[in-house]
Design a protein around this ligand. Sequence first.
Ligand SMILES: Nc1ncnc2c1ncn2[C@@H]1O[C@H](COP(=O)(O)OP(=O)(O)O)[C@@H](O)[C@H]1O
Ligand SMILES: [Mg+2]
Length: 291
Amino acid sequence: MWRISPLSLKRTIFPIGWSNQRLLRYRKRRMVIGLKENGSLTVKRRKLAEYKEKRIFTMEGQAKGNSHIIHLDKVWKTYLMGEVKVHALRGVSLTISRGDFVAITGSSGSGKSTMMNLVGCLDLPTQGAIFLDHKDISRLDESDLAQIRGRKIGFIFQQFHLIPTLTALENVMLPLEFQDIELSEARKMASSILEKVGLGDRMHHLPGQLSGGQQQRVAIARSLANNPEVILADEPTGNLDSVSGANVLGLLETLWKKEHKTIIMVTHDSSLAKHARRVVQLKDGRIVEEG
Ligand SMILES: Nc1ncnc2c1ncn2[C@@H]1O[C@H](COP(=O)(O)OP(=O)(O)O)[C@@H](O)[C@H]1O
Ligand SMILES: [Mg+2]
């Protein structure tokens, strides 16, 4: 048994277009998911043999054209803390071109993660509109958000959010299995992605047997499993030493240049931010500088 918070679960292994309903159905087939009193989920895998259902995996082709892929229009996000309103974002407007590499900087509490959660279809704005691929995502329900998230977005976090009891290969296979891809096919796809991130010789290691940098590369491999067009990286090097951090950044740059992914990277390290093509600075929920 391992434990992971519901939000990080949604962000990582369940982002593949799964509504809550489907999650419950999945539970019957493959996993036992329980909600603990403290709000955390417990998940226990079933035997592989119990999992038989097969469906066709549709991988969307990369969208064409050079138009913008993300557009925020006067976006506000207000959290209610008891009686107190916290304005995490105060009317942010921002347009991100397809295939761009954007760094979001700003001090702690400036609203960076809030913005990533909104762009990543994990949360809804209080006011304003957000367009992903010209579709307004700011009024969708959770099931539609999950669909879009699963097709378009890959997440990378400071805490790698790997499942400690699964090997690197199994961690990367998980989102593919959630797409109902046949196991042998999922294994093939996951190993080729792991090769791509330079971990071909570490596939059968558990996260605990890997360095921080290697774990983050597994997390990147997992984020690539659904072939997302947009990669959202929230402080991806925050837990890494400078050499591993540079490796991870190099990998993101490769995905940007060679695979034409749109990359949005939150960092408060200006030496990392300057690798991006564009830098957007947030302060107290507002954009103060745009490069
Ligand atoms: N779920 C939440 N509930 C209440 N306040 C929140 C929540 N998430 C973020 N905040 C507040 O919103 C502001 C912006 O937070 P965040 O987006 O996490 O900033 P950053 O990622 O730049 O450090 C902070 O004041 C934070 O305390
Ligand atoms: Mg943050």
